[in-house]
Ligand binder design. Structure first.
Ligand SMILES: [Mg+2]
Length: 303
């Protein structure tokens, strides 16, 4: 499922904007800007997949616009194609030096503009696919460890800024080795996928993240959730997994597949993730296992 790409067309002359919009309307959603300031605002706000940028504009030139876009983390990665009446090789080289992916000279040939835009959108699409693949666990199709690490850093900073709690749970499938040994790895894989789907079902607010940490271990990251609420969510998840009644004849804990959760809630004070955050959740998990598994143990300290 590919969402329709969005292209921002920037040109100070209305006939040019109209012509480009008409030309591209079947390949993408076109948004327009008539000057440099508007271009920077719209790029920021709407995060287009590609920008067609006029060079000669009265207030802010295309060169200034691209420099501003490339200086901003939020817009740096958006590819820019210059469309310019400046047609010397030096102009073209200058445009490419500023970070444009392509340079089209005016007057342009409609069919060539269209094909070049298509090619660049194709590249953008491939890049998104790769970025996505690198962040997703291939077995369970939920976030992987890398995606989790990235999210942890972001959410830690965000919670530090807003003085909010951040909760983390580490989840382990009880006696999973015995399950794999007895039922086979294919059945084990199905259990991991089923648990991943269940976890995802409980991630209801923006910022909530369920990830596979590796093997039979999963992680939940719950920003702005205090220890009591997080422990309650953990318990609901634990009981939802047990209630699926996936038979586990070799488990000393239950007839069914169950999970243990160790959790930790911190209130971050600065931007650096405290390594104790994960360690304490891990200690809580160890405690949940030591106490007989199929349970939740939650830690809470000011961090
Ligand atoms: Mg112009």
């Amino acid at each position: 499922m590919t969402p329709t790409p969005t292209v921002l067309v920037v040109d100070d002359e209305k006939p040019n904007r109209d012509m480009l919009a008409e030309l591209l309307k079947h390949d993408c959603r076109v948004i327009l800007a008539k000057n440099g300031t508007q271009a920077i605002d719209r790029a920021h706000e709407l995060q287009p997949d590609l920008i067609l940028l006029d060079v000669l504009m009265p207030d802010t030139s295309g060169h200034q616009v691209i420099q501003s876009l490339k200086h901003d983390d939020a817009t740096r990665q958006i590819p820019v194609i210059f469309i310019s009446a400046l047609d010397s090789p030096e102009d073209e080289e200058h445009g490419l030096d500023l970070g444009a992916v392509d340079y089209i000279t005016k007057p342009f040939h409609p069919s060539i503009v269209r094909k070049r835009v298509r090619n660049h959108l194709q590249s953008v699409h491939h890049r998104h696919l790769l970025e996505n693949l690198a962040m997703i666990d291939s077995l369970t199709e939920i976030a992987n460890r890398r995606r989790y690490s990235e999210a942890l850093e972001n959410e830690w900073r965000r919670c530090a800024r807003s003085h909010s709690p951040l909760s983390l749970a580490i989840i382990d499938v009880d006696h999973f080795k015995a399950y794999n040994d007895q039922q086979g790895h294919a059945a084990g894989d199905i259990v991991l996928r089923t648990i991943a789907t269940t976890l995802t079902g409980f991630m209801r607010r923006p910022g909530d993240l369920a990830a596979r940490y590796g093997g039979e271990e999963f992680l939940l990251l719950l920003p702005q959730v205090d220890a009591d609420s997080a422990a309650r969510i953990g318990n609901e998840i634990r009981s939802a997994v047990e209630a699926m009644h996936l038979p586990h004849p070799d488990s000393p804990v239950s007839r069914y597949v169950t999970i243990s959760l160790g959790g930790m809630t911190a209130t971050p004070h600065d931007g650096q993730v405290d390594p104790q955050f994960f360690r304490k959740a891990d200690i809580a998990l160890y405690e949940a296992k030591a106490k007989g598994r199929n349970r939740v143990v939650w830690q809470k300290t000011a961090s």
